[in-house]
Design a binder for this molecule. Structure first.
Ligand SMILES: [Mn+2]
Length: 389
């Protein structure tokens, strides 16, 4: 008999699906949030038949359980932990730990892809085209490679995962992977996914109008309250407000924070780590401790939300040779233009001392320091008219 403790996200459940394909009813699977894993491990030691072979995937135990697990391995030898999180690399010191962030070919891994390789290598599961495609979709979603590859199928697989219960998802996927030659969605799922995509878009549009900007530690963060669509939201807000170092998504009901960045100069696993959490360089999370509450919520609650740049402009566009016009809530007006191979900023018609080598640098400076947004064409034309008069 086997037992698998895994994460309750798509990658974690992907592991459960593979385990059930490999072991059928010989495996008990339990999905956990990051914080619930340790309780589940304690339950295992107290209640489960110690003859079980235990797998832990996509999550890592705390120090206390790490010791207990190592004792269990030494006495029983029936333990395998498989993970791809950078913060879990030290488990490789153990015979039972297998943590790999990147494979031999430099491809980012996921827990599902690592478990698949493990099961196939141990001849516990036969490789098929359908399972391989499913595993690759989960991997691309979990590592965000789907974005670079514009792999909508991977994104849709995750959306479907959230549309149905975990049990239903598991059952559907196991059946499909056992009976189909390739992996695809059925017509009903396609319709559902289309409706869901429209709903997500509306939700994100609203959140773009609610985000606030705050200096927290050495970084400038965007703070937004949201319970849904964290990955999409982190990505869309990161792109819309690319002058921010990272985005914090506050789930008040769940008392959790999610951190996302689209930049390479920030490691959000470190930021989450400061508050007792963890994760990846570009996506991480932690519980809402008193300290995190103070920094991210109490101290930002009074702030006014950011404004989006005008989107449908024909004249007031970025990098324009006539200059690009911005405004902020203090009614300060900024013009960004280039002169002698340099980009300069005029604030209320007075040139700022700083100059910039690229437009993007100048704009980022403006947004970080003055919370300005690109105004619409009407305001731009008015501004120019006044200049002429
Ligand atoms: Mn994962």
């Amino acid at each position: 008999m086997y037992k698998l403790l895994s994460h309750n996200d798509l990658d974690g459940v992907g592991c459960g699906i593979l385990a059930k394909l490999a072991f059928g009813d010989q495996v008990k699977v339990k999905y956990n949030s990051i914080s619930a894993l340790n309780r589940e491990i304690e339950y295992f030691f107290e209640h489960d038949n110690q003859e079980l072979f235990l797998f832990i995937t996509d999550l890592s135990p705390n120090e206390e359980n790490e010791k207990k697990l190592n004792d269990y391995h030494q006495s029983q030898g029936k333990l395998q932990m498989i993970d791809h999180h950078k913060t879990a690399l030290h488990f490789n010191e153990y015979e039972w730990g297998h943590v790999l962030v990147e494979d031999d070919e430099g491809k980012l891994t996921s827990a599902t892809s690592l478990l698949y390789t493990y099961l196939v290598n141990h001849e516990l599961l036969k490789e098929t085209a359908a399972i391989s495609e499913f595993v690759e979709l989960v991997r691309q979603y979990d590592t965000w490679e789907w974005e670079k590859n514009n792999n909508q199928k991977a994104k849709r697989l995750n959306a479907l995962f959230f549309l149905v219960s975990i049990d239903e998802f598991e059952e559907k996927m196991i059946h499909r992977l056992q009976t189909s030659d390739t992996f695809d969605f059925d017509d009903f799922e396609k319709k559902l996914l289309h409706m869901e995509e429209e709903k997500t878009e509306r939700y994100i549009r609203r959140k773009k109008k609610e985000i606030v900007q705050a200096e927290i530690g050495e970084y400038l963060a965007g703070v937004v309250y949201a319970e849904l669509y964290h990955s999409e939201l982190g990505n869309e807000l990161g792109k819309e407000y690319s002058h921010l170092d990272y985005i914090v998504i506050v789930n008040m009901g769940g008392k959790k924070l999610s951190f996302r960045t689209i930049h390479d100069h920030v490691d959000v696993s470190e930021i989450a780590g400061q508050f007792g959490g963890g994760g990846h360089q570009k996506a991480s999370g932690c519980s809402l401790s008193d300290e995190a509450y103070k920094q991210f919520i109490e101290e930002t609650f009074h702030l006014e939300p950011l404004r989006e740049d005008a989107k449908r402009n024909r004249f007031n566009v970025k990098k324009s040779s006539f200059g690009t016009l911005y405004r902020n809530r203090k009614d300060e007006v900024f013009l960004v233009y280039s002169i002698n191979d340099e980009w300069v900023i005029e604030k209320n018609k007075n040139k700022l001392e700083q100059t910039f080598t690229t437009f993007e640098e100048g704009e980022s400076f403006l947004k970080r320091n003055y919370l300005a947004w690109l105004v619409n064409d009407d305001q731009f034309v008015n501004y120019l008219m006044k200049q002429i008069k």
